[in-house]
Design a protein around this ligand. Sequence first.
Ligand code: ZN
Length: 150
Amino acid sequence: MTLTDADLYGRRPLLPRFIAHVQNAGRCGLACWLWLAPLTRGAPRFHFRGRHISARRLAYALAFGVSVPAEAQIVSTCRRSRCVRPDHLRLRIPPPPRMTKPRIMLNPEKAAAMREARSAGKTLRALGEHFHVSESMACLVVNGKRWRQL
Ligand SMILES: [Zn+2]
């Protein structure tokens, strides 16, 4: 979410509209700033640009002047579901899904071809790259430690 000048300084400035829903807003100390408007699925929601958005995301963007990436989550460090105090909020970007390397299976034909190529002088590294296996696996195959039955 990126806030524009029209959002901040336009006909209906965002900050006063937002603050109107917050108890204790601007209070010093450690007190939570509690969202007074109804929650949606347990989370503070704010009507903005024609739809309901996370009030925490908006609080974070307003306070720190950053756009919050769509994949990011805003979590409260005080663990109060209604708290929107910016310094009680933390940006959490979930790690990307783990990429699993596709498992390349050797077969008897590939193992035989690997041995032939090794006999013709190919390096283990070249064999590994060509057959999509590690250099150490290429070594095991050409030395008969794997696919011995050929
Ligand atoms: Zn809090």
